[in-house]
Write a protein of this length. Structure first.
Length: 30
């Protein structure tokens, strides 16, 4: 159970970082 929680947290963190990176890329391109 602990492993699953850590994995989910890692996926959420990666998704958040990807979203921020995409947002900044779009912001600077336009």
């Amino acid at each position: 159970m602990q492993q699953y929680v850590l994995e989910q947290d890692g996926i959420e963190c990666a998704a958040t970082m990807f979203f921020i990176y995409s947002f900044y890329t779009f912001y600077f391109l336009t």
